[in-house]
Design a protein around this ligand. Structure first.
Ligand code: 0X9
Ligand code: ZN
Length: 754
């Protein structure tokens, strides 16, 4: 025992002085804020601002000259400030105690597993963030990769996470955080967003759509040196760690160092200032790395730069009161983002151009992104709303709610970024068509970013049963961005490949799908085989408040109410026909009886939906699911809710469930309400006119590939199942796919051709 202790003392004696010397020279002691208050001032004049600056008050919220501004001041100065006639509110009488409490909490926790499910319950160091990024690369190699975009002044890597469903070039969105070191919620927000995109990719069609059609880049920590320093030395450090020559003041403000309106309003040439702009535009390696990344990725069309605090959505310009040429678009998306945020936890985020909404800023990233690169770039100021809510020292229990509420806003920008021209089909482009009938469909085309469409240029290209070439169909312009097209009749079992094209007046082509004509939409001509119009009760298994009957048009505590009848007839299946679903509900199911799909292929579920449900985002949302099973025990989720849904009307939904249901003797469908949280409640599920559409194999058993004719393609199909047991290609039913089956095909050659 003694020996051991002695050994340690010796080791310390050897190592110690060096360590301490290091700590003494390179690592100054932690900056303390004993006896410092956080006050909120509403400066009435430049004179008052100058007075506070001269006193050495530390500006926190940087709201200078524009409404309430938070400062840190020594308590001995309060008398002087009062004497100078400046009014203030006291938000915190012991800033150091708050810093100490945070530090004690953080140093008490053990080491963090990069895959920890509770990762978002407290703030994370730079190394912990990088570890989690690396874990994602290992766990999801198809979906994510890490790019080293440059080094900080102190030589740390600046990482960009790339999330994308494929390597092909696509429009890009870049999210970044932590230009400012002390804004610790900012890297958490970036990580939360990344995690949502990665983990929901498989089950959430909206996320899959985004990740498949975008290159999403996430740079959680633009300023790693400053961030590390705010953990180890000064909790309120804002800038990078530039050693400014000829002064004892360190650091350049990265968000004053970009190359538009550099050195102008709202920045300072003094190295001691919190908003020191540096010696030249892009003088700092951190801003250079970001700039060069934008240069190298010209397809990036949008960006959010996350900061804290104040709860704001800001867009260009920051350096002038002029409105940006794209102000209407910024505003349109800004309002949508504001509303989406409010729906999650009721928090109001103000929005507007930066100059007038927060304060004038020259050399900020969003103005450079917009003016130099044409990028639709926003700054978000995250929680809290003011320093009375903790300022930069946000209580850890607010991390998840803060990230949850801003997530849908980030997704709105991503969705918009997939293309400035949107083809909106009421329920996605049709995947099934009623066999043998020409079917009219309506859709809308919206355009943004100054793109103006030529309505005459809108066309459908389609081809039957994969036979080249595509033929052109004209489309009627119904006005008001609405169009109608008649889809050609397709014989039962046949398929239609199709895509839409629209041209802008500027001569650019836009398509649906985005990658047409390399990819196209595909619809199969099928028939309804199981039909539940719910005029009578099919007697499905209904738990909790699931019921069959007439909905009463009630509920809608937070939005739209239930319907007052079915889509057809008066009855529906719904969750609580007399109002909203309750809070704290566990998963509660409506389950169909077994539906026989033995002879069916290309099975698609169609039903009418009227649903109201809170966003499912994060751990505390409300949930709704659709699931399918072939044994009533094991369920596959085919749909789950993402952002808030308030249908307020009936709409048709289609799900291709052929992978699960084709040729199965028992198929069960299940709609689930719950879990729900204790927060808001909505009207929940109402469903009607549930149908399974498919092609019956018994009508033309030898047409194995279901293209409407027995021919050589069916032989290829059969060869693909050679020697297998109990598969459709066993047309003779003798248990094996073999020569007998080929002979049977030859006998049936040419059958089913219409
Ligand atoms: O001052 C900043 O850089 C940002 N606020 S913060 O409190 N996080 O420091 C606001 C930047 C807003 N952007 C422009 N005005 N362009
Ligand atoms: Zn900031």
């Amino acid at each position: 025992m003694w020996k051991m202790t002695l050994r340690f003392i010796v080791i310390f004696a050897l190592l110690g002085p060096g360590c301490f010397a290091l700590a003494g020279n390179q690592n100054p002691p932690r900056t303390r804020y004993d006896n410092h208050y956080v006050i909120q001032v509403n400066p009435q004049s430049q004179h008052e601002i100058n007075y506070l600056n001269d006193l050495g008050a530390i500006l926190l919220s940087c709201h200078e000259g524009c409404g309430p501004t938070d400062y840190v001041v020594h308590r001995d100065l309060l008398a002087d400030i009062t004497a100078a006639g400046i009014n203030f509110l006291i938000h915190n009488v012991d800033l150091q105690a708050e810093i100490d409490a945070e530090q004690a909490r953080l140093s008490a926790r053990g080491s963090t597993d990069p895959r920890d499910e509770q990762w978002f319950e407290d703030f994370k160091t730079f190394d912990e963030i990088v570890d989690r990024l690396n874990a994602w690369v290992i766990d999801y190699p198809q979906l994510v990769s890490l790019i080293d975009i440059g080094d900080s002044i102190e030589g740390r890597d600046i990482w960009a996470l790339r999330i994308s469903g494929s390597p092909d070039p696509k429009p890009g969105v870049l999210y970044n955080g932590t230009q400012h070191a002390r804004e610790w919620i900012s890297p958490m927000m970036n990580m939360f967003l990344a995690e949502h995109l990665i983990e929901r990719y498989e089950t959430d069609p909206q996320i899959r759509h985004l990740v498949d059609h975008l290159e999403i880049y996430i740079v959680p920590v633009v300023n790693p040196d400053g961030y590390v320093y705010s953990w180890t030395h000064n909790r309120l450090w804002r800038k990078n760690r530039r050693d400014n020559p000829g002064t004892s003041c360190d650091g350049v403000d990265p968000n004053r160092n970009w190359g538009v309106a550099w050195g102008e309003i709202g920045s300072s040439g003094s190295p001691c200032s919190q908003v020191y702009h540096g010696t030249a535009p892009f003088s700092e390696p951190e801003t250079q790395a970001m700039r060069d990344f934008y240069f190298a990725h010209p397809l990036i069309i949008s960006n959010i730069d996350f900061h804290s605090y104040s709860q704001l959505i800001l867009w260009p310009y920051g350096h002038t009161t002029d409105l940006a040429p794209d102000h209407p678009l910024f505003n349109l998306l800004g309002v949508q983002m504001h509303e989406a945020i409010e729906l999650v936890h009721g928090e109001a985020y103000d929005y507007g151009p930066a100059y007038t909404t927060i304060y004038p800023v020259g050399g900020a990233s969003i103005d450079w992104c917009y003016d130099d690169q044409g990028i639709i770039s926003y700054t978000f100021e995250l929680r809290p709303e003011s320093s009375s809510g903790g300022g930069f020292i946000l209580p850890p229990e607010e991390i998840i709610p803060a990230c949850e509420e801003v997530l849908p806003a980030a997704l709105i920008l991503a969705e918009w970024s997939t293309t400035p021209v949107k083809f909106n089909f009421h329920n996605g482009p049709p995947q099934i068509l009623p066999a043998g009938l020409a079917t009219p469909i309506e859709f809308r085309i919206e355009s943004y970013l100054g793109v103006e469409l030529d309505p005459v240029s809108v066309k459908l290209y389609s081809r039957l049963n994969a036979q080249v070439p595509f033929t052109e169909t004209l489309i009627s312009d119904l006005g008001n961005q609405q169009f109608e097209v008649t889809m050609p009749a397709v014989p039962l079992g046949g398929s239609l490949e199709y895509y839409f094209v629209a041209e802008s007046l500027q001569g650019l082509q836009y398509t649906s799908p985005l990658s047409a004509p390399d990819e196209f939409h595909l619809a199969h001509a099928t028939q309804a085989h199981h039909r539940f119009n719910l005029n009578t009760d099919p007697g499905w298994e209904s738990e909790g408040q699931w019921e069959f009957g007439i909905p009463l048009g009630q509920g809608g505590q937070y939005g739209w109410e239930d319907p007052t009848s079915g889509y057809t007839g008066v009855n529906v299946y719904g969750y609580n026909l007399a109002g909203d679903y309750p809070s704290a509900l566990s998963e509660t199911h409506l389950t169909t009886t077994a539906l026989d799909c033995t002879d069916l292929t290309r099975v698609t579920l169609r039903f009418q939906r009227w649903l109201g449900v809170e966003s499912s985002l994060g751990v505390s949302g409300d949930h709704a699911y659709i699931r399918v099973s072939t044994d009533g025990q094991n369920w596959i989720t085919i749909w789950e809710n993402g952002q808030v849904i308030m249908d307020g009307e009936w709409s048709l939904w289609e799900f291709d469930i052929s992978d699960i249901a084709d040729f199965q003797s028992e198929v069960y469908l299940r709609w689930t309400m719950g879990r729900t949280n204790t927060w808001k409640w909505f009207c929940g599920w109402n469903i009607d006119d549930i149908e399974l559409w498919a092609i019956s194999t018994s009508s033309c058993p030898h047409d194995l590939n279901r293209d409407g004719i027995v021919n050589i393609n069916d032989v290829f199909y059969l060869l693909g199942q050679w020697d297998q047991l109990a598969v459709p290609a066993d047309v003779t039913g003798d248990g094996y796919v073999d020569l007998d089956d080929i002979m049977a095909l030859l006998d049936a050659w040419g059958e089913c051709d219409e």
